[in-house]
Design a protein. Structure first.
Length: 597
């Protein structure tokens, strides 16, 4: 690794040329870039253009939307407020505002605390579609109003303080705590108590686009880039920060130097901000993970802290390492992967480090026997699509003497973890502890892997269940093709066959297909997915018609006459739509009003 004192000796232009080429190749209009050490600004500025229609060049003064990079600042604001308060991170949220409506069946013994909100361990769902975009207000609504709009998300789906599941509504609630305790709006408090003291003079939590120096967001459609409007979200404290390269340089140096004196924050609190405490894995001894708006990662042979972000038309990445004495912040004005640019910066300054594994420990036979097997992830960020984690995202652990091979659902190796003792594992050949086996989980044999919680289950049973559902997903489409062919044949036959049985089943299959079309088309544009449209209406109506014709198909199946092959084929397809009905009703798709979800 190159020592930090030599960073300034490296010419910046070769790096900028490389990044310009990356922007062109990836069709990214422009980028804001900050690169610093604890005492030196290596580069702060921009590449590309602010708007493809005007061609204005990006500079260090242009504001970019930062998305979820907002969360570290909201967490800083909360921690500062609590420092001189009668409340602390373990204080129940309802103790601060009893009027907040949250569902938590463990409330009597395990209330949802401020710490749970900031570490995403409250068990909340993420934003529901109807509450993602603000289409009505001209000024920023109060956090009381924002919290009310996210009411459907504020339910503890499991015991608080166990699993980490990313939830923007939790940070909206954290912003409400700021407003309640400070008697100021969250955006004015954060501006005056955090941003300005750090030196971030132009940064702010902007509900509408500030007129001065705000770049346009863009989208890439059919290989063409076009600018899009600034769309305000219902997430203020969770994602509305706008900042420029100069601002982000100040923040990175603030964190690298633990400069708590700038905002009157005890330096010891930086360690609390940067590491988790509330999840099962943290309590079991795993230090790394998601702290208070701040997560750990291993890059180029060093431990980094930071956060990523994405918001309509923008993506961002911001992280720093005291070990390597470097901080990088990147934002691009198109949805994409800002982290790729940030990684190129690290590769340029730190080099692609050949990882040296930590000293491994032999895995005890008792651990290998207990934990060898298949695991399904059970902490979905979005409950509406939780089935994707369950059906596609599982991992298989194959234990060796001192390491474990991590394989996907289909047996392909995706990772190798080296045992470090105490039920913890290093990532690959790095010095980063990122996985832990949870011996004392109350309900199941479980583990955390890259912050995700998973429970052990039977692999044969999971595959059998998956295959049954996958075949059921496909069967209606094949039946529709069969029905179309059969109908065409009937047109040329003198003696017509009995069509009632087939047409009822064909209608069940057709409305299933229309449900898929309605759901997929509604989610094609996430900013409008929470509105009543032709597609969301199609999903809603088709789900009921699918259900009705499924039950009619079952009834007709009991009345079947004809050849045994015909009966078997009919029953197989009826079974498929019944399985689909059970699947859809289990995950809330029957009668789903996306415009109200």
């Amino acid at each position: 690794m190159i020592h930090a004192t030599t960073f300034a000796q490296k010419p910046i232009q070769p790096l900028l040329d490389s990044l310009e080429k990356h922007l062109t190749t990836k069709k990214i209009p422009g980028a804001m870039i900050s690169i610093v050490t604890a005492d030196t600004i290596l580069y702060q500025g921009g590449l590309g253009v602010t708007n493809v229609e005007t061609g204005e060049k990006v500079n260090e003064s242009h504001l970019f939307r930062q998305g979820s990079v907002s969360k570290p600042f909201t967490a800083l604001g909360v921690v500062k407020l609590l420092q001189n308060s009668t409340h602390n991170l373990q204080s129940p949220v309802k103790e601060i505002d009893p009027s907040i409506k949250m569902q938590n069946k463990w409330e009597a013994k395990i209330p949802i605390t401020i710490e749970h909100l900031l570490e995403h361990t409250a068990g909340f769902d993420d934003m529901h579609l109807h509450a993602m975009v603000n289409r009505t207000d001209d000024t920023a609504p109060s956090t009381k109003e924002l919290v009310k709009s996210h009411q459907q998300s504020l339910t503890a789906r499991w015991q608080p303080g166990t699993r980490k599941s990313y939830s923007n509504p939790g940070y909206v609630l954290a912003g409400h705590i700021i407003e309640t305790l400070s008697n100021r709006t969250y955006h004015s408090y954060l501006k005056e108590e955090i941003l300005l003291p750090i030196g971030m003079e132009t940064a702010g939590f902007y509900f509408k686009a500030p007129s001065a120096n705000m770049v346009r967001g863009h989208e890439l459609k059919k290989n063409n880039i076009r600018p899009i409007d600034f769309v305000s979200i219902q997430g203020g404290p969770a994602g509305e920060l706008c900042a420029n390269a100069t601002d982000m340089s100040k923040y990175l140096q603030f964190m690298l130097n633990k400069a708590g004196d700038q905002i009157n924050l005890d330096e010891q609190l930086f360690d609390r901000i940067e590491y988790p405490r509330s999840s099962l894995s943290a309590k079991a001894g795993l230090k790394n993970g998601y702290g208070l708006g701040n997560y750990t990662s291993w890059r180029n042979g060093a431990l980094f802290h930071g956060h990523n972000g994405a918001i309509d038309g923008f993506s961002s990445a911001c992280f720093y390492s005291r070990e390597a004495d470097i901080g990088v912040s990147v934002a691009i004005n198109r949805m994409g992967n800002a982290n790729e640019i940030a990684q190129k910066v690290l590769d340029y300054y730190l080099g692609k480090v050949e990882e040296v594994p930590q000293e491994s420990v032999e895995i005890p036979e008792t651990i290998r026997e207990k934990y060898d097997g298949y695991y399904t992830f059970r902490s979905p960020r979005n409950e509406l699509v939780a089935f994707s984690d369950i059906m596609f995202g599982g991992i298989r652990l194959d234990f060796k003497a001192d390491h474990v091979l991590v394989k996907n659902l289909f047996g392909k190796q995706k990772d190798s973890l080296t045992y470090a003792g105490n039920n913890q594992f290093y990532m690959g050949k790095s010095g980063y502890l990122n996985a832990i086996l949870l011996v004392d989980t109350p309900d199941a044999t479980a583990l955390t892997y890259y912050d995700s919680y998973a429970e052990k289950e039977s692999y044969p049973m999971r595959m059998a269940s998956n295959i049954l559902v996958w075949l059921s997903w496909l069967a209606p489409f094949f039946f529709l093709f069969f029905f179309l062919f059969w109908a065409i044949v009937q047109l040329f036959r003198k003696k017509k066959a009995n069509w009632k049985d087939l047409i009822i089943l064909a209608l069940a299959c057709l409305f299933y297909a229309l449900m898929i079309v309605g759901f997929g088309s509604s989610l094609a544009n996430i900013t409008s997915a929470g509105t009543l449209s032709v597609w969301s209406g199609l999903l809603y109506v088709s789900s009921f018609l699918f259900s009705a014709f499924t039950f009619l198909s079952i009834w007709r199946a009991t009345q079947l006459k004809g050849h045994v092959v015909y009966k078997i084929y009919y029953w197989l397809n009826v079974s498929a739509v019944v399985i689909l009905f059970v699947f859809f009703i289990s995950y809330g798709f029957i009668g789903l009003k996306l415009w109200a979800y």
